[in-house]
Design a protein around this ligand. Structure first.
Ligand code: NAD
Length: 522
């Protein structure tokens, strides 16, 4: 009953927002400062956004016609011409207002995420907070953009201008509906670009609210736009020559496609893909701390985090602790993210549930053991939800359940006899987003840190995502190319260097004779 009350409250709240719907109506585009409906005649097809706990249709996302996308880029290009001339301090002022507005509407944003994506309310608040922290960090853009200058000769200076690129696009996944748009929005516009956000067609609500809040903060028309749809929209963004940069976060298939297509068209692309994050559990670890951390990171958000700990490598005697880990997993409560005491919500769709259940089955088919089986999980009052309970598999390296990104609440356990063996096993995996070790030995931690190939390394920390004073540092198959998200490297992605060499000869003030020989340093 508490859920129904919450859902109604969310629907009422959403009614006040211009771009979000919870009544089954159309999700609007935001183009040149206007909220636009495509309508039945305009949409090439529709994507239903369903509450993953109930299958109730909350909103319908249209695949817009190309003409609408062209028009959006027209407006974004037009807006760029004036936005790039605004002062950095005026853009900082807008970011400061934006920061306050996101903080004020933190709960509204989180509610939209629970409704459409399914994670728990507390976790959804974390989703918003992690994005807000990128806005916080970008309020310091003036400090971050101070540049290089050198007097290269007596009367000659060379200095670097950090210029915006033009119109950019952010193509976002379903799993962090607020955080991931915010990995781009404040940086792209703070540095003077204009931006099209293409949220996931599975949960566009939070992105729409973030765009609306940007307008309330004073972002002018056309500087931030919201476009919807699936691969057709993505292909348009990859092809339109006026779009100079694409920030992508999502699956391998889409990421590789975007990398190739946008790259061939000469665009700057950052592409962050899938993952399979391993934790190594040493027998000298603080058992309680380690097991709590591993259970939280494996099953939290129903395992739908790109930094979820999906593989545990026990070393030596720590394999004896797996039973206690299972006890913890069994204690986690699955249910609707609005309800009290829930630890993990549903997975995003019936198709995702089916895929996860298939990968669980494959463990047994390939000779592994299902130590805890979350298939067929039921939740009272929600017969239609996409439920998968916490699952623990005992497997061998190279089995499907070990190699494939499951993206569900499933922990695959492997065993190694030594630290060396465990590190080699982790390093053989194609992905490299993150890896953690649990140990009480500084020496062991140091060996791990120096030899592990993952880009984000945790020592007694299960999900070592760097806060935005640093940059995202996924590695190996989890990323294409060398462009990182947020932090200093994110600012680099959204700016291009122009070097200016200027000559103001002091002697010109006194002498008018021309210099005809090749210039030499003086
Ligand atoms: P997804 O690739 O299905 O969707 C991401 C975006 O790409 C969406 O906007 C979607 O419309 C578009 N898209 C999907 N298929 C496409 C195609 N064939 N052609 C063109 N565009 C396409 O990803 P998802 O399921 O929404 O998100 C989960 C994935 O994202 C997981 O693999 C997860 O590991 C990854 N992820 C990675 C990071 C990271 O930082 N590396 C962070 C979060 C999520």
């Amino acid at each position: 009953a508490s859920n129904i009350a919450q859902t109604k409250a969310a629907a009422q709240q959403a009614a006040g927002w211009k771009g979000t719907r919870t009544d089954g109506g159309e999700t609007k585009h935001y183009i040149g400062g206007e909220w636009v409906e495509v309508g039945e005649s305009g949409a090439e097809k529709w994507f239903d956004v369903k509450d993953p706990s109930t299958q109730q249709v909350l909103t319908r996302v249209p695949q817009p016609p190309r003409s609408l996308l062209t028009q959006t880029v027209d407006k974004a290009q037009e807006a760029f011409e004036s936005w790039k001339l605004t002062s950095l301090l005026s853009r900082q002022g807008i970011l400061l207002k934006y920061q306050a507005l996101i903080r004020k509407h933190h709960d509204d944003l989180a509610q939209s995420i629970v409704l459409e994506q399914g994670k728990t309310f507390a976790d959804a608040k974390g989703d918003v907070l992690r994005g807000l922290q990128v806005v916080d960090s970008m309020c310091a853009l003036p400090q971050m953009l101070t540049g290089d200058k050198l007097e290269v000769s007596t009367d000659m200076d060379t200095y670097v201008r950090r210029s915006p690129l033009g119109v950019g696009a952010a193509i976002c996944p379903f799993n962090f509906p607020a955080m991931i748009p915010l990995w781009t929005l404040p940086i792209a516009i703070g540095t003077g670009n204009t931006l099209l956000i293409k949220p996931s067609e599975r949960d566009p609500g939070a992105a729409a609210m973030l765009v609306e809040l940007a307008t309330m903060a004073g972002v002018p028309s056309g500087v931030v736009s919201l476009v919807h749809g699936g691969p057709e929209t993505v292909n348009f963004l990859c092809d339109d020559p006026r779009i100079k940069a694409i920030s992508f976060v999502g699956s391998d298939v889409a990421g590789k496609h975007i990398w190739d297509r946008a790259g061939k068209n000469g665009k700057r692309v950052q592409a962050n893909l899938g993952a399979k994050n391993h934790a190594i559990l040493m027998p000298d670890a603080n058992k309680e701390q380690a097991l709590n951390a591993i259970a939280g990171a494996a099953f939290g958000a129903a395992g739908q985090r790109c930094m979820a700990l999906s593989v545990l490598v026990t070393v030596g005697d720590s394999k004896e602790w797996v039973q206690e880990l299972i006890t913890r997993a069994k204690g986690l409560k699955v249910g609707n993210g609005f309800d009290e005491g829930i630890d993990l919500g549903p997975v995003i769709s019936p198709a995702a549930k089916e895929k996860i259940e298939g990968l669980i089955a494959s463990c047994e088919e390939e000779g592994g053991k299902i130590l805890l089986d979350g298939r067929g999980h039921k939740v009272d009052g929600y017969p239609e939800g996409n439920w998968v309970g916490p699952t623990v598999l005992e497997a061998k390296e190279g089995m499907k359940c070990h190699e494939t990104e499951i993206f569900g609440p499933v922990l695959t356990v492997l065993h190694a006899e030594t630290l060396q063996e465990a590190i080699e096993l982790v390093n053989r995996n194609m992905y490299g987003n993150g890896s953690s070790i649990f140990t009480n030995s500084g020496a062991t931690a140091r060996v791990f840190e120096r030899t592990i190939q993952a880009g984000q390394i945790g020592i007694n920390v299960p999900i070592p995502v760097p806060l935005p004073m640093f940059s995202w540092s996924g590695n190996k198959g989890s990323v294409l190319g060398g462009h990182s998200l947020y932090g200093k490297l994110g600012v680099e992605f959204w700016t291009q260097n122009q070097t200016v060499t200027s000559l103001w000869k002091q002697e010109d003030a006194l002498n008018t004779r021309a210099d005809v020989s090749m210039p030499t340093m003086r």
